[in-house]
Design a protein around this ligand. Structure first.
Ligand code: SAH
Length: 353
């Protein structure tokens, strides 16, 4: 079911390297056709139906994907592939380094964490709220044992904990994470997803889909010395603005951001973050990548003086993840939007000569 037939995942999924682990690769040759400007950065889930990544790569100028598990950057796993033409030397991590274990991230859990639960990292943060019923049921089971439950029970409890990312909040008491807690792990400002007036379920959904900011920022960090005056960004499928947050946290000024995101709630989040962080640049918010024609691109390129970065992760709903609708692959209703990323990048390259 995985793509590893055509793609070799490095053992720990460290891509071209992560902080604190010996870099296996420090130089790579980018195919001529991929060389910028603009720089581009494309993201999607690592585990896809067979052949998807080789297809994506064949469209994106044969650039080799970099597969990275965000557990090297934060307390949760998130396995993603990135295709980009950024340099890979002299990357640096965002400071402060976020908590790298669950117990560090949520110190209140330490007191209750049983020794038989060996989890240090959360699984890929999901997209839905786990039911209160489950937590209640697990509590009832645990209550039957005075001390440590038998191995079989431990196994079952751990299975459910892993599946729903439950943490220990009291004696025999488990709980699922709150959206605020997911924001912390994913590198967003506290209450980031409240900005758009989203309900709790929608906050989970947006956070389940989004960039892990520290991971992406590590890759984008090389832009800092290249663009001391700031960058013009074309942000496609912006979601809750993971790319914008990453660049801002790196201290790279955002001169102009053209952000394309279909959901109004998400656009509101980006707008309210933009205002709260008192950005000096301009934010242009558009709805649908399918409506971003070459004429519109020309208008922006002429008036802003081109884009330095074209960034985005197109929907993975037909590829993988908990929220997948189907696994139709790249031609699926949502995943097919990859081709809009490709079309737009190609047009930007053409218009920028
Ligand atoms: N990388 C983003 C999230 C990507 S998820 C982040 O860091 O937050 C894919 C996003 O694409 C979702 O937010 C979804 O609402 C948006 N989307 C789906 N169809 C779209 C379309 N036709 N045009 C623009 N955005 C779209």
């Amino acid at each position: 079911m995985d793509d590893n037939v055509t793609v070799q995942f490095s053992r720990n999924m460290i891509g071209f390297g992560v902080p604190d682990i010996l870099r296996p690769i420090s130089h790579r040759k980018i195919p001529e056709a991929a060389v910028g400007p603009p720089y581009f950065y494309y993201e999607n889930v690592a585990y896809t139906p067979k052949g998807v990544w080789s297809k994506i790569s064949s469209f994106l100028f044969e650039v080799e994907p970099e597969f990275v598990d965000s557990s090297h950057f934060c307390a949760a796993a998130r396995k993603r592939g990135y295709i980009h033409n950024l340099p890979i030397q002299n990357r640096f991590p965002l400071k402060p380094i976020p908590p790298l274990t669950i117990q560090e991230a949520f110190p209140y859990t330490k007191e209750w964490w049983p020794s038989w639960d060996d989890r240090k990292k959360l699984n890929c943060l999901g997209t839905s709220v786990s039911s209160g019923k489950l937590v209640e049921k697990l509590g009832d089971i645990l209550q039957q044992f005075k001390d440590t439950p038998p191995k079989e029970t431990q196994k079952y409890i751990l299975y459910e904990c892993r599946k729903s990312n439950l943490v220990w909040v009291g004696k025999n008491k488990l709980a699922s994470l709150e959206p605020d807690e997911m924001e912390l792990i994913l590198g967003y400002p506290k209450n980031h997803t409240r900005g758009g007036g989203m309900n709790r379920g929608d906050r989970y959904k947006s956070l389940g889909n989004t960039f892990q900011v520290d991971t992406v920022a590590y890759h984008l960090s090389v832009l800092k010395s290249m663009f001391p005056e700031g960058v013009n960004v074309l942000s496609l499928f912006s979601g809750i603005g993971g790319a914008e947050v990453a660049l801002h946290r790196l201290g790279i000024p955002l001169k102009n951001v053209v952000s394309v995101e279909i959901l109004e709630v998400n656009r509101n989040i980006i707008r309210s973050w933009w205002e709260q962080t008192k950005q000096k640049g301009n934010l242009f918010e558009l709805k649908d990548v399918q409506e971003l024609s070459i004429d519109k691109l020309k208008h922006y390129i002429d008036s802003l003086g081109g884009f330095d970065l074209v960034i985005g992760g197109s929907p993975c709903n037909n590829l993988s993840g908990n929220n997948r609708v189907t696994r139709d692959g790249l031609q699926g209703e949502h995943s097919v939007l990859f081709f809009d990323y490709f079309r737009i990048l190609k047009d930007v390259k053409l218009l920028m000569g």
